[in-house]
Design a binder for this molecule. Sequence first.
Ligand code: KG4
Ligand code: ZN
Length: 316
Amino acid sequence: MARRTALILGIETSCDETAAAVVSWEGEILSSIVASQDELHARFGGVVPEVASRRHLELIAPVIEEVLTDEVEAIAVTSRPGLIGALLVGVSAAKALAWARRLPLMPVNHLHGHVASLYLRPLDLQPPFTCLLASGGHTMLLDVQDRSGYTVLGTTLDDAAGEAFDKGARLLGLGYPGGREIDALAKQGDPTAYDFPVARVPGLDFSFSGLKTSLLYKVRDLAPQELEARRADLAASYQRAIVRALVERLEAAGGERIAVVGGVAANSELRAALPDAALAPLPLCTDNAAMIASAGRYTDPVPYPDYLSLDARATA
Ligand code: KG4
Ligand code: ZN
């Protein structure tokens, strides 16, 4: 593919992170800022869409200003999937800036963005590979043959893996987002203390809702002091079950090379269980704009001013 731009500005607002980054065509990250809204949503135990949109509105201009330079020659923005009000803030900002500077705009699929976190330097992973994308909103197995896209091999039939972590953390009385909390607490627990079911659905799909229900019953059966004493064991056993489900499916999918991306790719037990896999670097696992700029390198640019009619979309 011919070199199109020197520097790309990436913008990401699909959920509860307001992020901007500048990335070179070669995949070097020049700057990357993620303003997390975790604390804002923690007291609700999850993301409140309307609250997220309002905070994106407050943060978007200062976050972009922090990374923007004169050398930016194209803008990549997450246009789908995600919370519609949150996406609209990023898409509107991207359109306004692109219009003011007469720049082309690349509308990026957030999931393609997660995969493209692997294409940034120094990792610079070359397809083909089989990719597990595990985040708060999605759990998918992807066949990646080239950098411009992927084919979906399997997906979750109910909850996403990150959602299973978040809901499990809530049942255990831990904070939000729950993945990180369970990961930390599990280090003090015994992963063999409890048996959790690993759902075996046909094909390469996933299911995590039974696991969550099983944790609910185990927590319910414990008196408050008992729960306190067993919390780390429950966290460790629950995490083990999620990791086992993910690894089993990855192995079933086959493929010479495997890669893991998305927020759950930050999980220490999952990373340890896949020593030969290409793992997204830790700061690029959870939502960020460097991965969006990276995907923008492999997305057809919409020229000025055609993109003014571009819409955000809640679905992929
Ligand atoms: O990719 P991401 O930032 O947002 C989405 O696109 O959904 O993923 C967020 C998810 C949350 O569910 C969070 O609990 C999970 O990633 N997560 C983790 C860890 N860090 C974040 N899950 C397990 N272990 C972690 N260390
Ligand atoms: Zn994400």
